[in-house]
Design a binder for this molecule. Structure first.
Ligand SMILES: *[C@@H]1O[C@H](CO)[C@@H](O)[C@H](O)[C@H]1NC(C)=O
Ligand SMILES: *[C@@H]1O[C@H](CO)[C@@H](O)[C@H](O)[C@H]1NC(C)=O
Length: 199
């Protein structure tokens, strides 16, 4: 029995020595722990975003673009070959006539106001409605009564047909780029009317 007790005491002593060696002292934790080395210098990782934003979706679109000019007037940007000048702020309508499949809906979109080069654009997101064969481009508005008589098309109820623009670089998401044929729509001064003053 006595020897058993001695053995028990020895076992406890061994355990205490073992634990002392294994458990780090306070000194060793502050000096040797990698966490304490790196915490001050390493930047905190960014907190996880509450909602991770999905990659930006590019909405499919059809682009119709062209130019609007004022025929027979020498304004800024006059083109002698065309005998016409860009007509800034004029607009066109793109009208697409739906078929049975689209329940005969009619899409009627106004272009951007023409810029200083007469350039306009229409972005069509209602792709179901776009079929180049059933869409037409019409003169819609002139910025000045001095150049507001429809010239091309001369009958404002007859729109221009569309053709695919193969030279254009399609913007992101574009399923197609089209322009009217001919590419330039035109207003002109009414009979006997003067051109707008050059600006
Ligand atoms: C076009 O419209 C804008 C805004 O209404 C105007 O500031 C500008 O002078 C117009 N441009 C021309 C050439 O009429
Ligand atoms: C398209 O809308 C414009 C502006 O509301 C209108 O003047 C024009 O008549 C419409 N065209 C067609 C074909 O419905």
């Amino acid at each position: 029995m006595a020897s058993m007790k001695i053995h028990g005491a020895e076992a406890i002593m061994v355990a205490v020595i073992f634990l002392a060696a294994v458990l780090p002292s306070h000194a060793s934790t502050t000096v040797d722990e990698p966490a304490n080395y790196y915490k001050p210098t390493a930047p905190a990782p960014p907190p996880p975003a509450p909602y991770s934003s999905p990659p930006p979706q590019v909405q499919p679109v059809i682009v119709v673009h062209g130019v609007i000019y004022c025929k027979y007037c020498r304004l800024r940007g006059y083109n002698s070959g065309m005998e016409a000048s860009p007509l800034p702020n004029a607009t066109v309508s793109l009208v697409c006539y739906g078929d049975e499949e689209s329940k005969y809906r009619v899409l009627n979109q106004t272009s951007t106001a023409a810029d200083e080069n007469g350039y306009f654009i229409v972005m069509v997101y209602d792709l179901e409605m776009f079929d180049r064969h059933s869409c037409r481009v019409y003169l819609r508005s002139s910025p000045t009564p001095l150049c507001a008589k429809p010239f091309l098309p001369s009958n404002p109820k007859l729109g221009l047909t569309l053709v695919r623009d193969r030279k254009a670089t399609p913007p992101r998401g574009a399923r197609g780029v089209f322009h009217p044929r001919p590419e330039a729509l035109m207003y002109t001064p009414g009979t006997g009317a003067k051109c707008p003053p050059p600006y």
